[in-house]
Design a protein around this ligand. Structure first.
Ligand code: GLU
Length: 458
């Protein structure tokens, strides 16, 4: 049995997006479930669109989620070649030369204007998508030479006629496309750079990738890539295409839609729980055999059966994501949460109670940190007279300042005033903590310390 090897091949044209993260995650899980290797490599030949730190954002944020590559541009294995396309141009050239020599590919001398003309003519005749018609054959040899001197030619693959490319898609089942529906496509552009559909095949072949898994936007690329494997007589990998992620209205997530936070970086910076996102993303298009939701990293790897991948789009529900983050933070050890916060000048028991109190309802570590800031405020403000507050202040004066006894004072206030719910808690909370929302009231009060609370109530 061949060792399973999968890869995630981002273009560093943007930061790690939810969609990319989920593709990487499923790809990672596929390999890890089978005890194989997960590889990250970079498709960086679209120089104009690359952004600074694009590659780092991909790798660092995946690592933050817990998706660690066995090989990457940072951890290359020599026999598999380079892990950045920009460093492999010689290798691509070598294969292109071979293809030209064997007449699997040819130079096409058309100018962009001529291609445009072809395209328009085809559109007029009602053709669904553009197919190159080997127009270059129609120009004279002198003219070809003239154009070649200026370096103005692309290299196109010479597709066989009427050949069926079909594969058993891991997610979608059988898919077939006829070569006549594709048309000879460019493998090296006029500017000398290889195209994606060509270089990706060389990379997957060089790295001995066994399963090419990616988003469904690449389905139309797969037969093109199969044509290259076929011509070069290279063994094909298996292919699988994950369905899209949509917003709650069912529209494909667009990076321009600012109503949804779409970059993993944003969640990291806001202090979301990393494994909560890992867990959430796993369920974005996959279900556990027993429909379990909260799953550890190891449980996910063990139960990841690709047959349970969804064939229909998945809705990105931020409320669900928040729920996961909350549940995971609640289950964390206080000391572990403490290491993510900056809680200066407080003693151990105070910190412990503070975290215990606030972790019950926090979606992010930032929210706990923000809560800490309110305890730095020892100001005293004048507030309007209020019967509930007055009774509470009286009752509290007769007690020891502990969470339990503060709770007693609240209960007695309830009995005496006949108020309950919001009418009871809100005035007390506002008069003591100067906040309108918060965790369990007695604890929130206690954390301020006796001195400040008594001064505020006075
Ligand atoms: N760079 C491509 C992308 O980001 C990778 C496609 C592939 O996995 O083959 O979509």
């Amino acid at each position: 049995m061949k060792r399973i090897r999968t890869r995630y091949a981002p273009s560093p044209t943007g930061f790690l997006h939810i969609g990319g993260a989920r593709t990487a995650l499923f790809t990672y899980l596929y390999a890890k479930h089978a005890g194989g290797d997960f590889i990250i490599r970079t498709e960086d030949t679209d120089i104009a669109r690359n952004i600074e730190n694009g590659e780092d954002s991909q790798i660092d944020n995946l690592e933050w989620l817990g998706i660690i590559a066995d090989e990457s541009p940072r951890k290359p294995v020599e026999k598999y070649g380079k892990y950045r396309q920009s460093e492999k141009l010689d290798r691509y050239e070598e294969i292109i030369e071979e293809m030209l020599e064997k007449e699997y590919a040819y130079k096409a001398y058309d100018t962009p204007q001529e291609i445009d003309k072809q395209r328009k003519e085809q559109e007029k005749s009602g053709m669904f998508s553009f197919r190159y018609d080997r127009n270059w054959l129609k120009i004279s040899n002198e003219e070809k030479q003239e154009r070649e001197k200026n370096g103005k030619y692309a290299i196109r693959v010479a597709l066989p006629k009427n050949k069926e490319y079909s594969w058993n898609d891991i997610v979608r089942g059988r898919i077939s496309v006829n070569s006549d529906e594709i048309g000879d496509f460019v493998i090296r552009k006029q500017d000398g750079y290889p195209t994606y559909n060509f270089s990706v095949v060389v990379d997957d072949h060089d790295m001995e990738i066994t399963h090419v898994l990616r988003g469904e936007e690449h389905i139309t690329n797969t037969p093109k890539q199969m044509a290259i494997y076929d011509l070069l007589n290279w063994e094909e990998p298996e292919f699988g295409h994950f369905t899209i992620i949509t917003n709650m209205e069912g529209k494909k997530l667009s990076k321009r839609d600012h109503s949804v936070k779409q970059f993993i970086e944003d969640y990291k910076n806001e202090g979301y729980h990393a494994h909560a996102i890992f867990n959430f993303l796993t369920l974005l298009g996959w279900t556990h055999p027993q429909a379990k939701e909260m799953l550890s990293h190891q449980e996910i790897i063990e139960s990841f059966d690709y047959k349970r991948l969804s064939k229909s789009p998945s809705k990105f529900d931020i409320k669900k994501m928040d729920w996961f983050s909350k549940e995971y933070i609640k289950r964390m050890e206080n000391s572990e949460i403490e290491s993510k916060l900056n809680l200066e000048n407080k003693d151990k028991s105070w910190i412990d109670l503070f975290i215990e109190t606030y972790k019950q309802n926090a979606i992010t570590f930032d929210q706990i940190q923000k809560a800490f800031e309110i305890y730095k405020d020892s100001s005293i403000k004048k507030i309007e007279k209020n019967e509930v507050v007055k009774v509470f202040a009286d009752k509290l004066n007769q007690k020891n300042f502990t969470p339990e006894e503060i709770n007693e004072a609240i209960k007695e206030t309830k009995e005496i005033t006949g108020m309950n719910g919001k009418n009871l808690f809100m005035p007390i909370r506002e008069a003591t903590t100067y906040q309108s929302h918060g965790p369990e009231l007695a604890k929130a009060i206690y954390l301020f310390g006796e001195e400040i609370i008594k001064a505020r109530l006075k």
